[in-house]
Design a protein around this ligand. Structure first.
Ligand code: HEC
Length: 169
C-alpha cells in the first residue's frame, strides 16, 4: 500500500507529469470555453440569417418570413408572378373577390380545393393541392397577396391562421 501511494505521489510530483497534468487542465478549460461560446452564439443568434426560424417563433413576428419569398417559391407556378393566374386553369389572385373572405382564403391555402370555384364571376373547376406551409408562412404569403397585384386587403396574422387550422382539425 505504502509503495503504491509513494509511487503515486512521486508520479504526481514528477515535473514532467506536472506539465502533462497542467496541459490537460488547459485543454479542459479551452474545451469548456468553446462549449460556452457555442452555446451563447446558438442562443443569441437572432440577428443572424441562419437562425430565422428560431427568431421568428421566439418573437412571433412575421417580419422574419418574407411573404414574397414564399409566394415565389410556392404559388407562382400556378397563379403567376403578377397574380393574374391563367385563364380557364388558374384563377387570379389580383383583384380576386374570393380574398374578401379571410377564413375561406386561409382554408384554401391550408387544405387546397378541388371542384367548382367562382372568382369575379368566372367559374373554375380545377385542383389546388394543399400547401405544406406553417402558420407563419401562410400568414406572410396571404399578407403579401392581399397587399400586392393591385390588392388593398388586410394583413393576415399568424393567430388568424392558427385559429382556422384549429377549426379544420
Ligand atoms: C398547383 C397549382 C397551384 C398552386 C401551387 C397554388 N394554387 Fe391556389 N389555386 C389553384 C387552383 C387550380 C385554384 C382553383 C381551384 C378550383 O378550381 O377548384 C386555386 C385557387 C386559389 C384561391 C381562391 C381563388 C382565387 O383565385 O382567389 C386562392 C386564394 C389561392 N389559390 C391562393 C394560393 C396561394 C396563396 C398559393 C401559394 C401558397 C397557391 N394558391 C398555390 C392552383 C394552385
Amino acid at each position: 500500500m505504502q509503495r503504491i501511494s509513494y509511487k503515486f505521489t512521486s508520479f504526481v510530483e514528477n515535473p514532467k507529469t506536472r506539465i502533462l497534468i497542467n496541459n490537460m487542465k488547459k485543454i479542459c478549460l479551452i474545451a469548456i470555453a468553446e462549449l460556452l461560446i457555442l452555446f451563447i452564439s446558438s442562443c443569441g443568434g437572432n440577428s443572424s440569417s441562419t437562425s430565422t426560424s428560431t427568431a421568428s417563433t421566439a418573437t412571433g413576428s412575421q417580419s422574419a418570413i418574407s411573404g414574397a419569398a414564399v409566394y415565389n417559391r410556392t404559388c407562382v407556378t400556378c397563379h403567376q408572378g403578377n397574380g393574374a393566374g391563367i385563364p380557364g386553369a388558374y384563377p387570379p389572385l389580383a383583384k380576386s373577390d374570393f380574398l374578401t373572405d379571410k377564413e375561406k382564403t386561409i382554408t384554401q391555402v391550408i387544405k387546397g380545393f378541388q371542384g367548382e370555384l367562382v372568382v369575379n364571376g368566372v367559374k373554375y373547376n380545377n385542383v389546388m393541392p394543399p400547401q405544406p406551409l406553417n402558420d407563419e408562412e401562410v400568414a406572410a404569403v396571404l399578407t403579401y397577396v392581399n397587399t400586392s397585384f393591385g390588392n388593398s386587403g388586410a394583413a393576415v396574422t399568424t393567430d388568424e391562421v392558427k385559429a382556422v387550422r384549429a377549426k379544420l382539425q
